[in-house]
Ligand binder design. Structure first.
Ligand SMILES: O=C(O)CCC(=O)C(=O)O
Length: 236
């Protein structure tokens, strides 16, 4: 956990922008996302003041150490857990990929935009569970709340069992959740389609690479035989 990483100004700007985006979002229509939870996916075409969180060097240092130099965003979303939302079903994010448990396919981060407390739905984590064998699931007593002040980042393996907690308070718990996945996997969210080529050109090259506009290797991820970054900038 990287505690209180954001400055007051960065946190305030991130919260304001998050609120602008969340204002238009209704509660999710399924139990997993949460029927008292508002989510905004596919953020890259309206990233605004959340951009510094997506590019934070301390986070990327940890991600690079696990995934290597080239990786891409998986899911990228705001989650507002409103009062009364029950705890989410425990899961591990890399469970979407049919890979052996030993493979570190994702390294993810949950940014706390509010203080995460045991009462307001702080993410519940099963410490050490990223080393568990396939098939083992956490017992309720193995899940502990990741209590942290607003502006902190919980960086965790995609193999870690976790869940959003139960919000028993009167206030919303906001988070920005960014998954980072190996470059040869299909990302959960199709950022290239959601962002569109015009908007991709206006992003920084770092964000573009994280959106998936990068060769994973010489023969993986090209466009018309060309490096996608070069192709994108030449085709404007
Ligand atoms: O909001 C949280 O604390 C975690 C949400 C989560 O893990 C998910 O939806 O995949």
């Amino acid at each position: 956990m990287l505690r209180a990483l954001l400055s007051e100004a960065e946190l305030a700007a991130a919260r304001d922008h998050a609120d602008d985006l969340l204002r238009g979002a209704g509660w999710s229509d399924n139990d997993f996302d949460g029927r008292r939870t508002r989510r905004v996916y596919s953020l890259l075409n309206r990233v605004g003041s959340l951009e510094p969180l997506l590019l934070r060097p301390e986070v990327h240092h940890l991600v690079t150490a696990r995934l290597g130099e080239v990786y891409q965003f998986g899911m990228l979303f705001l989650s507002a857990v409103d009062p009364g939302q029950g705890a989410q079903q425990p899961h591990f994010d890399a469970g979407v990929y049919p890979l052996p448990r030993e493979v570190e396919a994702e390294t993810n981060v949950i940014w706390a935009l509010d203080d995460f407390t045991a009462g307001n739905g702080a993410t519940l984590i099963a410490p050490g569970s990223h080393h568990w064998a396939a098939g083992r699931r956490p017992q309720p007593q193995e899940l502990v709340p990741a209590v942290m002040p607003a502006g902190s980042a919980l960086v965790y393996s995609g193999r870690l069992w976790h869940a959003a907690g139960h919000n028993t308070t009167e206030t919303t718990r906001r988070a920005l959740i960014c998954e980072h996945v190996l470059p040869w996997l299909r990302p959960a969210d199709n950022h290239i389609l959601a962002t569109g080529t015009d908007q991709l050109r206006s992003l920084t090259s770092h964000l573009r690479r994280l959106a998936g506009v990068a060769l994973a290797s010489d023969y993986l991820g090209f466009v018309a035989g060309e490096d996608p970054e070069r192709w994108l900038l030449q085709s404007s």
